[in-house]
Design a protein around this ligand. Structure first.
Ligand code: ZN
Length: 505
């Protein structure tokens, strides 16, 4: 092994230990910790975060990292080591550009701002949150400026933190395509809203039975209970300590059958990705998924492409009916499949169906771009938000709680994150199209045999962790880089059929 890399290892391992501890507190905070623990835990968390930084950002690591940039040194590194160094360099560039005092102030601000946001949303009062949002944006603009390259827009710096493969021009092109094709389709469908009945979904469903069925679903798609656990939290999420310890949560709602089922399939999709990462990468800087977009592609692949297909439910629908015979005995499989795919323009992103979902993302992306191009003031944001919902979806939020205040991301300063969700859906469609070409995909699902699908994803995507980026993975798997046409085709084909719409020739 390269001598300098050897010297680096203890620093990386120490940093990883602090990060793991922090993640465990995070898990505990969201699942089991009593309410009064939060203030005390956040102090511990702050110290752990500080120690994490110190074990990575210091003179020793800086000098070793510098030596390892040398061409000769690079030659003696393995591919995994090279990827770790690249990742470390990225972290350095991000963190070192910001003066420590400003970084600390910003982190303190986000904690306060997130609480203010939660209260403002509850009180439906944007004005209470606006001053904090303004400060967060000022910091983000300043931080982006520290790192901006020649001819680069500040917003692009933020986007690159979540996926290095997508610049503004790529996203503009992608979203333009979606707007052209999907908005008219959504308008057509909203005229036929009553043709699909979904009333069965809102009957009473025993929570214990939901919990049990969701656990079954999780195992059915391949979640390994020796490497993972399922908890409960207000919002479902996945948290990975490493590939042998992946934790997911679900939320059960008594009068909503599908909410918990599709949440658990989504989170299990994230979990499978993490569990299948190669052991040679465990607890290293490249031991997680390739990017946010790639991660969402795997969760959405399982949730939507597999989980909302008729083929997936064919072998197991009778088990669902047996679990709730009173509610479902007269609901046929086709009726159920139509129900879980019902689409309509909607106000809330997290509850949106597969078809309207990308429109929610486009609205946020366009507003973020305006913010960082200084084209809109904080005061004007709710109005801009509402107008876009009217223009694209044909509906206007009745209040800000159901409008601009609905998402938590901005209160943490996470600008540039939203596009990952739409990228994920599109990547999933592209991979799906390829898999259908090379294997009897639907037959596997109908036969209740998900193993070949899971193994293919493991061997061509998951095992590489973050040693490849989104486009490298897509190129290696499908033969081409990101191409949104597959996504548009998938949505158009699926919903034209579902709603019996005229197909234009
Ligand atoms: Zn997700």
């Amino acid at each position: 092994m390269n001598k300098n890399f050897e010297k680096l290892k203890p620093y990386l391992e120490k940093a990883m230990a602090f990060e793991t501890a922090r993640n465990l507190f995070e898990w505990d905070d969201q699942t089991q910790a009593p309410i009064e623990a939060a203030d005390y835990t956040s102090k511990v968390n702050g110290i752990l975060a500080d120690e994490y930084m110190k074990s990575l950002i210091n003179d020793d690591v800086r000098s070793i990292l510098k030596k390892l940039q040398d061409d000769k040194e690079q030659e003696s590194l393995s591919d995994t080591e090279k990827a770790i160094i690249k990742e470390l360099k990225k972290t350095y560039d991000q963190l070192e550009s910001i003066p420590p005092k400003e970084y600390r102030e910003f982190n303190e601000l986000t904690l306060v701002s997130n609480r203010k946001w939660a209260k403002a949303r509850k009180d439906n009062n944007y004005d209470d949150f606006a001053p904090y949002l303004e400060k967060i944006i000022q910091y983000k603009k300043k931080f982006a400026k520290y790192r901006v390259k020649k001819n680069q827009k500040p917003y692009e710096v933020l986007l690159s933190d979540f996926d290095e493969c997508f610049e503004i021009q790529d996203l503009d092109l992608f979203f333009h395509k979606i707007k052209e094709e999907i908005i008219p389709l959504l308008k057509e469908i909203s005229k036929k809203a009553d043709t699909i009945d979904k009333s069965y979904n809102y009957l009473n469903y025993d929570i214990d039975k939901q919990r049990e069925f969701c656990r079954y679903l999780c195992g059915y798609i391949g979640f390994d209970f020796n490497r993972g656990v399922i908890g409960e939290s207000a919002h479902p999420f996945t948290l990975q300590l490493h590939n042998h310890d992946v934790r997911i949560t679900d939320r059960y709602i008594e009068d909503n059958l599908e909410s918990a089922m599709f949440s658990i399939i989504h989170e299990a999709g994230h979990a499978l990705y993490e569990m299948n990462i190669d052991d040679s990468l465990t607890q290293t800087l490249v031991g997680g998924g390739a990017s946010m977009g790639m991660h969402e592609s795997q969760s959405r692949f399982f949730e939507n492409i597999i989980g909302r297909s008729k083929e997936f439910w064919e072998p197991i629908y009778s088990k669902l009916v047996d679990t709730y015979p009173d509610n479902l005995k007269n609901i046929s499989l086709d009726h159920f499949i139509n129900g879980i795919n019902k689409a309509a323009p909607s106000l809330i992103r997290t509850e949106a169906d597969e078809l309207s979902y990308p429109i929610h993302i486009i609205i946020r992306y366009e507003i973020e771009k305006m913010i960082f191009d200084n084209e809109v003031s904080i005061k004007e944001l709710p109005e801009v938000w509402n107008k876009k919902y009217q223009d694209y979806m044909g509906i206007t939020p009745p209040d800000d709680a159901q409008g601009i205040l609905q998402d938590t991301h901005w209160s943490y300063g996470e600008f540039g994150y939203f596009p990952s969700y739409a990228i994920g859906s599109a990547v999933a469609s592209q991979i799906h199209a390829h898999m259908k070409d090379i294997m009897p995909f639907d037959e596997y699902l109908k036969g209740g045999n998900l193993t070949p699908i899971r193994e293919y994803l493991r061997d061509s995507i998951h095992k590489y962790g973050a040693t490849k980026n989104t486009n490298q993975i897509l190129k290696d798997v499908t033969g081409e880089e990101f191409n949104a046409d597959y996504y548009v085709k998938y949505l158009k084909d699926k919903y034209t059929k579902l709603y019996n719409l005229e197909v234009e020739k």
